[in-house]
Design a protein around this ligand. Structure first.
Ligand code: GCB
Length: 605
């Protein structure tokens, strides 16, 4: 089990934050064995003493910042470094933490030349206390080595091939093969933060809510870190800053009279995304620590035909998405986040899946406020090879699930966990492997339904679907099958929905369906890759959805919200073009179709 909490750093009267964003020094290790940085101890002195450095913005992927193909396609370690200062009063009395919100894929962190911590896996945060590492009166140096290498036992899996045939390839020629359809962007993708708390502090909070009549029931558990004896005070505060319930126990239940529930905006256009705060105060000889956790009161349940939020049926009008944009790759970008939510709302989308990895907390916290529902997916994309299904990979998968639940458990927008995308679930080995993952996550969080995105077309040879609460099907009739033939989509899709429902008797979300369209390309009658075809294609699916959403279909998600970058390949013209928006977030024709459809369904017209 994980040793501590991972509360999102929030400022309060007892907590201070210094963000270490900006231009860092950067050097890719292009040495023959990709190991010069460790052999020559680049972290022991300034990085520029080791050789030439360039300037690199944090947060951002490093791949598309320069004009060098070598850096875009680099495999192995890169090194980041910058100076920072620690406020004097922090050094005297505070617990000082260095936190990295995402470093893809493997990271080792040094402070003033000494190793502070290491972490495996992008997309999820890690942190360490730095009090014993920092200097009081002079500047400090943080050095982060990040390695993007994926193996058959990383989550997600991948493989590095070294070509040995020196008559065809340069010596030690390395390429990274990735089995998933998005570019393996790397680097310090999200914030690097230095923050301070009292030495006895709020370490973790878990909130689980329920509804009884007009009451909201708030079960909470607080864990405290540090050594001093302490007392706690818990308060539920509403959006007008009124305290509406209080307690002194660190573990308990509070009843909220006339509770305002957290609703998706599509279900309550006048009262959505309502957030309370659990204000936790710890009082000890180390001082007072205050942490305010935003939460919402809501329930989620799957029946055998429906997905219920607050006991009312919810229908997902959504998308698969990516953290992806021009230049910054997967780098956190607030203007982009805001633009995306404005576009989602413009189209009437009430829901999306964080395909194919956990998104930044800044993104999810906006979803909670916008009343948009999230299916929170793990980074386990494309576990498809024989050698992925073994104990090493499984162990890693469980750690990732635990880190994901620890980070996102209190977010009201998250209504479901997606354990994986498109594993080879027709391989008998996937059965026991995934049973482990499902059992594990159900024990961690019994309050949310579970799913994974299914590529297998045959429910008769399916080994994992039996463990889910909701079936998520990724389907490409008319695109990867019967390419260009929109006229067969309806037959294929209805058969498919019936077959899967009949076998498993569980609600279904079509979690992917979509067609590439090059923005601006038109042909009538339509052909693949035109905007016309994308629109025709979607309409065929919608005709079927409109029949089954009155039965057991609980959601539809277009692949994809926006065009995104992939590895190079003969099927990918400058990336995957299945977006109904361009990568620059401007609409293709299909966006207007979706806007009309989603809002008509929301408004019941
Ligand atoms: C899928 C994958 C997604 C791909 C998509 C496609 O099934 O889940 O990652 O991008 O198909 O466009 O091929």
């Amino acid at each position: 089990a994980l040793e501590s909490g991972m509360l999102f750093p929030r400022e309060s009267e007892s907590r201070q934050i210094r963000e270490l964003q900006g231009m860092w020094n950067f050097r890719a290790d292009t040495s023959f064995d990709r190991n010069a940085g460790f052999k020559d101890k680049w972290y022991e002195q300034r990085l520029e003493k080791s050789g030439p450095v360039i300037r690199m913005p944090v947060p951002s992927s490093y791949n598309d910042i320069t004009v060098e193909q070598d850096l875009r396609d680099h495999v192995g370690w890169v090194w980041y470094e910058r100076d920072f200062f620690v406020p004097m009063d922090w050094v005297q009395s505070k617990r000082i933490v260095l936190r990295i919100d995402s470093a893809h894929y493997y990271a080792i962190v040094f402070v003033n030349g000494r190793q502070l911590t290491e972490h495996e896996g992008g997309h999820l945060p890690f942190e360490a206390v730095v009090n014993d590492f920092v200097n009081k009166n002079v500047q400090n140096r943080v050095t982060v080595a990040v390695n993007n290498t994926l193996t058959p036992h990383t989550i997600p899996p991948g493989r590095v091939t070294i070509h040995r045939n020196s008559s065809l390839y340069p010596e030690n020629y390395m390429v990274q093969d990735i089995p998933f359809d998005f570019f393996n962007y790397a680097g310090l993708h999200r914030k690097v933060i230095l923050y301070a708390t009292p030495k006895t502090y709020v370490d973790d909070i878990t909130v689980v809510t329920n509804i009884s009549g007009t009451y909201g029931i708030v079960k909470y558990n607080v864990s405290i870190g540090g050594n001093a004896p302490f007392s706690t005070h818990i308060a539920v505060v509403d959006q007008e800053y009124r305290t509406i319930a209080e307690a002194n126990e660190s573990d308990g239940e509070l009843n909220i009279a006339d509770a305002r529930l957290w609703w998706p905006y599509s279900m309550r256009q006048d009262d959505f995304g309502y957030m309370y705060e659990l204000q936790v105060t710890v009082n000890s000889s180390d001082g007072i620590d205050v942490y305010r956790l935003p939460f919402g009161i809501r329930t989620v349940k799957a029946t055998d035909t429906q997905l219920l939020i607050n006991e009312e049926p919810f229908y997902c009008l959504g998308f698969g998405r990516h953290e992806d944009s021009d230049i910054r790759g997967k780098g956190l970008d607030l203007p982009l986040i805001a633009r995306d939510y404005n576009l989602l709302k413009w189209m009437g989308s009430n829901c999306y899946r964080t395909s194919h990895y956990p998104y930044a907390e800044e993104i999810l916290d906006e979803a909670s406020r916008w009343g948009i529902v999230i299916i929170d997916e793990s980074p386990a994309a494309s576990i498809r090879e024989e050698e992925n299904f073994n104990d090493k990979g499984l162990k890693r998968h469980l750690v990732v699930m635990e880190e994901l639940v620890r980070r996102d458990k209190n977010k009201p927008c998250v209504i479901m966990w997606s354990i994986a995308n498109q594993p080879k679930s027709e391989n008998p080995k996937s059965g026991p492997y995934f049973k482990n993952v499902f059992d594990f996550i159900r024990a961690l969080d019994p309050t949310r339904p579970l799913t994974f995105a299914i590529r297998n077309l045959n429910p008769q040879t399916e080994y994992v679907a039996q463990y889910v609460d909701i079936l998520s099907l990724n389907r490409y009739f008319g695109w990867y099958f019967d390419t260009g033939h929109t006229e067969v989509i309806q037959i294929h899709l209805s058969n498919e929905l019936q077959n899967w429902y009949n076998k498993f008797k569980k609600p279904i979300i079509v979690s992917e369906y979509g067609a590439d369209a090059i923005a601006g390309m038109h042909m009538l009658p339509s052909r693949v890759f035109t905007e016309d075809f994308q629109t025709d294609f979607l309409m065929e699916y919608h005709a079927v959805f409109d029949v089954y959403r009155k039965m057991f279909l609980v959601g539809e998600m277009i692949w994809n919200f926006a065009d995104f970058m992939t590895k190079q390949g003969v099927f990918r013209v400058g990336g995957n073009k299945k977006g109904i928006l361009t990568r620059e977030r401007q609409p293709k024709d299909a966006a207007y179709l979706i806007r009309y459809r989603y809002w008509s369904i929301i408004n019941g017209t």
